[in-house]
Design a protein around this ligand. Structure first.
Ligand SMILES: Nc1ncnc2c1ncn2[C@@H]1O[C@H](COP(=O)(O)OP(=O)(O)O)[C@@H](O)[C@H]1O
Ligand SMILES: [Mg+2]
Length: 275
């Protein structure tokens, strides 16, 4: 692992040599519209002089890997932030189980991209990975603006999303599945999650893969993650079923922690909000 930037002597000539696990901040090189919504949180480092340093892997998955990245201005400890970098895979061996079901009713605007995807070429797979990244970035952006507890999306660059890291001292916040909180906290989590699901329902969407594995616990608050597959409740023929499954997954965690939660009641309430 690289030594912390702040401990390094970064005179101008030294900066020109980046280590293998570093790059110049990609903040100013991403296209217009590829940065997160405003008002931008003050912790986001936007300096041209910033350097991105890889700090390690948080989790490898079937479709994407999540890494820990520091974006910091060398020698300026005030201008530093820790980010989660979610990188979608475009490789041959990736198992893209989300490619079916979720995407019905979605369209690919560029016909060249659509044709490449249909043919399954290397370029086509890159386009598909980029589209999942794009879908997740768009969902994070609009939900963050709507006040839903999600990671702030800093930027998207091709198949890579940089977002707010949920955790402390480089250790990721635990998933809901891993914790056994006090009764008060459990109640609070239920209120937060059902409120968040309500905001989604009023926008006509469901998370589509909501479970105790895609909810992080950050002290007394929960943060919803992993949103590439948000589904249109009405427009997607499987929309209702995805919503019902989200309700079941969430309620069974609460029931397992001794807090009675009825998935059918929750589903009915969300459907009522959707219309
Ligand atoms: N913003 C984040 N902050 C902290 N940890 C994260 C963040 N995003 C993802 N992770 C970690 O990476 C794991 C995988 O991320 P996720 O978005 O669920 O991808 P997938 O399940 O598709 O691999 C999460 O369970 C969590 O441990
Ligand atoms: Mg996940």
């Amino acid at each position: 692992m690289h030594s912390p930037l702040s401990d390094t002597d970064f005179s101008f000539s030294a900066v020109a040599e980046l280590a293998d696990d570093q790059r110049w901040s990609t903040w100013s090189s991403v296209e217009k519209g590829a940065r997160g919504p405003k008002p931008r949180p003050s912790w986001v480092v936007t300096d041209d002089a910033a350097v991105d340093t890889e700090l390690g892997v948080l989790k490898t998955g079937k479709e994407a890997d999540v890494f820990l990245v520091e974006r910091a201005v060398p020698g300026d400890s005030e201008r530093a932030c820790i980010l989660a970098a979610k990188r979608y895979r475009s490789a041959e061996h990736r198992q893209f189980h989300r490619d079916t079901g979720y995407v019905e009713g979605r369209r690919t605007r560029r016909t060249r991209d659509a044709r490449a995807m249909a043919k399954g070429t290397a370029f086509g797979r890159l386009v598909a990975a980029g589209q999942w990244a794009q879908a997740e970035f768009a969902a994070l952006s609009s939900l963050w603006s709507a006040g839903v507890p999600v990671s702030y999306p800093v930027q998207i660059d091709g198949t890579e999303i940089l977002m707010e890291f949920i955790g402390a001292d480089g250790v990721a916040a635990p998933r809901l599945a891993q914790v056994r909180p006090s009764r008060d906290l459990v109640e609070g989590y239920f209120d937060q999650l059902t409120a968040a699901m309500g905001v989604l329902a009023r926008r006509g969407i469901a998370h589509g893969d909501l479970s105790p594995y895609n909810i992080l616990v950050d002290g007394d608050r929960v943060v919803i993650i992993d949103l590439p597959q948000v589904v249109d409740i009405v427009g997607n023929p499987n929309g209702m079923e995805f919503l019902a499954r989200d309700c079941r997954n969430v309620c069974s965690w609460f029931n397992s922690r001794g807090f009675a939660a009825d998935p059918d009641d929750l589903f009915a309430e969300l459907i009522a909000q959707a219309y």
